[in-house]
Design a protein around this ligand. Structure first.
Ligand code: FE2
Ligand code: FE2
Length: 406
């Protein structure tokens, strides 16, 4: 097969990206496109607005929602350590076993997936001009033909760029016509005008309340921001889409609540983001990790992931801060004498934007001004749920409720 590869930040994906995919598929050069939302792009290391998993799942939902045929989204960069240089990604992606497994996992017939493939790197004509400044351009050209889009009225001198690439690196460049609107992700997020964002992506952005004040992380240190991005890549390996996005949403909301109630924003961001990191580990593993943090304190299956998460975040991800680890440990039950950070993560977990188990409007409103009252409302809802299910409320939760005057 002839396979096009299209990498980018997609922060957010917009109609220009979709037009690129569409026009490339219609160009006659390629049979399918593999889209790769970046993880650690060398040009934009940690400067993307959103951590990688949001951009990955937004792209996936968009491709599925629009019903784009012969277009597959790849998470290949999650397994690459450090900067995801194009040459490194291509070495891996174009290897026989990787591409065969990837295509068959995306329902391409085995016989086709096992063919000898040709690869094309899809890019805009503007990027073609700077291609020779990329990391190891010669190596990239060993794996792919460059497939550059030229839009009507485009005055980039593609022939000059083409000749230079051929002369300096012996590489091949093909040109295709791009039909579509011109738009930019940064203009979309700064204007807040989502006209040129495909519907499934708009829906995704709304569901997770992305590109809002809370996700700008103002007042968060560079170090914490980096840790937040890295935690999302680390957890990608352990959590499914829904849970991963939930736990990251809790990070954003915790940082916001920390600002409202005068708590450490960095710690809130990290504790919130990591709070459910152990939730999809096998139960025996959760039990083992939980015991290391709290002994026999938690035995109920549903509660194990909280203390287990504290151990996991500590041992595997390297978090040493006890306040952060405690906030992870007690996020499900609460406890007596909770710290401000623990309260914030407890609450954010129950009301992050994607939560919709009940009408959360009153609690969300309360959470903007009165933490204790929002906590009481949440605890009351939890109590009602437990009573209706005939379950016992954990003694630690009872202690928290007592502190709240319930
Ligand atoms: Fe949890
Ligand atoms: Fe949670």
């Amino acid at each position: 097969m002839n396979i096009g590869i299209y990498g980018g930040s997609f922060d957010p994906v917009h109609n220009g990206h979709i037009a690129m995919i569409d026009s490339a598929l219609k160009s006659g050069y390629i049979d399918c496109v593999i889209v790769i939302p970046s993880v650690r792009n060398s040009f934009k290391l940690y400067t993307n607005k959103l951590p990688p998993p949001y951009r990955f799942y937004m792209m996936k939902e968009t491709v599925e929602g629009l019903g784009l045929k012969n277009c597959y989204v790849s998470d290949i960069e999650y397994d690459i350590e450090g900067v995801s240089y194009t040459s490194v990604v291509l070495a891996k992606l174009t290897s026989d076993s990787y591409i065969r497994d990837f295509l068959t996992a995306n329902d391409v017939k085995r016989k086709k997936a096992e063919e000898q493939h040709e690869f094309y790197w899809i890019m805009g004509s503007d990027t073609l001009g700077t291609f020779e400044t990329w990391y190891k351009p010669g190596e990239i050209l060993n794996y792919v033909t460059l497939l550059a889009a030229v839009r009507p009225g485009d005055n980039t001198d593609v022939e000059k760029a083409k000749a230079s690439i051929r002369k300096n690196h012996g590489g091949r460049v093909e040109i295709f016509r791009l039909n579509g609107v011109e738009c930019s992700s940064s203009e979309i997020t700064s204007s807040g005008d989502y006209t040129f964002v495909p519907e499934p992506a708009v829906e995704f952005i709304k569901r997770h309340a992305l590109y809002t004040g809370n996700t700008m992380l103002s007042g968060v240190s560079e170090e914490a921001r980096k840790l937040f991005f890295e935690s999302s890549v680390w957890m990608y390996h352990y959590l499914g889409a829904k849970r991963l996005l939930h736990t990251l949403n809790v990070g954003y909301l915790s940082a916001h609540l920390a600002e409202v109630f005068g708590c450490d924003k960095d710690k809130a961001l990290i504790a919130g983001a990591l709070h459910d990191c152990a939730k999809e580990l096998p139960l025996e593993k959760q039990l083992e990790l939980a015991k290391k943090y709290t002994g026999e304190l938690f035995t109920e299956k549903k509660l194990l992931h909280s203390p287990a998460g504290a151990t996991f975040a500590g041992e595997e991800f390297g978090i040493e801060d006890k306040e952060i680890l405690d906030a992870i440990c007690y996020h499900t039950t609460g406890r007596g004498d909770m710290t401000l950070l623990e309260k914030i993560v407890y609450l954010a977990d129950k009301i992050e934007p994607a939560r919709n188990y009940t009408d959360l409007t009153p609690i969300r409103a309360a959470a903007e001004k009165d933490l204790e009252s929002a906590m009481r409302m949440t605890a009351a809802a939890v109590r009602d749920k437990f009573v209706s299910q005939g379950r016992d409320i954990h003694p630690m939760t009872l202690m928290m409720m007592k502190d709240l005057g319930m």
